[in-house]
Design a protein around this ligand. Sequence first.
Ligand code: AQP
Length: 343
Amino acid sequence: MSEGVQTSPAFTPRVFSGIQPSGGLTLGNYLGAMKRFVEMQGVGYETIYCMVDMHAITVWQDPDALRRQTRELAAGYIASGIDPDKSILFNQSQVAEHAQLAWIFNCVARMGWMKRMTQWKDKAGKNQENASLGLFAYPALMAADILVYHATHVPVGEDQKQHLELTRDIATKFNHDFKTDFFPITEPVIEGAATRVMSLRDGSKKMSKSDPSDASRINMTDDADAIAQKIRKAKTDPDGLPSEAKGLEDRPEARNLVNIYAALADQSVESVLSEMGGKQFSEFKPLLSELAVEKLSPISSEMARLMQSPDEIDAILAKGAGRAREIAAPILKKTYEIVGMVG
Ligand code: AQP
């Protein structure tokens, strides 16, 4: 966000985003979301980041695994550079205002809007009758997560674009129905070379923490050998690297590896290709592994160190939840007043 903060003067420039503790953190979460969260810290926004455990339970989560994954995700945030003194870092379920505002938004959002969400269609699949009601209502809770802080900017990966449009629709309908301008129309921040990191095994599928194949993703806890092995085995095509981005069209696996390299190196795809054009994957993959290990190893060792002190993590999250509540409570109270709820 080098252009500086732009927002409606009526609202404090405030960033909110979250990640589900539904598995281990992946390179997709890191490049598509977390890296941007860190970049937006301390540059003129209030920054609020969350473990969205209530979203995670829209599909089955083993309770012990959820506890471990929530702490591991918190460790991932801190190890990646989120400073709990500069940003508010907390666990969604510990700030009840998210669920309270979500109920209001369940009554604002329309069934038809929810049915059109591709994440609902993808995750519920052919078995919609058996999917949880929470999975269907997921985008209304996400709108509440954002709007309970009057967040003006939300950094996310490409896959969340549709949910953010729905957040804007909910804010617009609420403001229209109640003849107010109480909720901001939030700006998505979808930037960088890797807004959609793809599976290492299938260039048409998103890299995802819940993919049954561990070889499809790089986990932020993978060691150097695992990273190198996954990149070595990553699907590619027989051609070498082109010198221009146009040469990556219709080559999803090749494009994915170049995008990952560019995002890790903080370079544009064009500049990577101007250096690497002509190389075979047998030469490029070791360079990518080296770069990935260089960038990810310090994060994974710091995560491992933090995970030795779960009490410290819990204390950081409890403090963050208290600070989050201070912002959320008056916004919820005012929402209730606007709706006509007597307190
Ligand atoms: N592959 C990806 N490329 C770029 N960004 C990604 N994000 C997720 N995968 C990629 C971004 O990470 C943030 C947090 O995502 P999430 O955990 O809330 O849910 P998700 O998008 O559904 O991620 P997963 O890994 O696929 O989780 P599961 O498997 O549990 O559904 C978001 O900003 C997202 O855009």
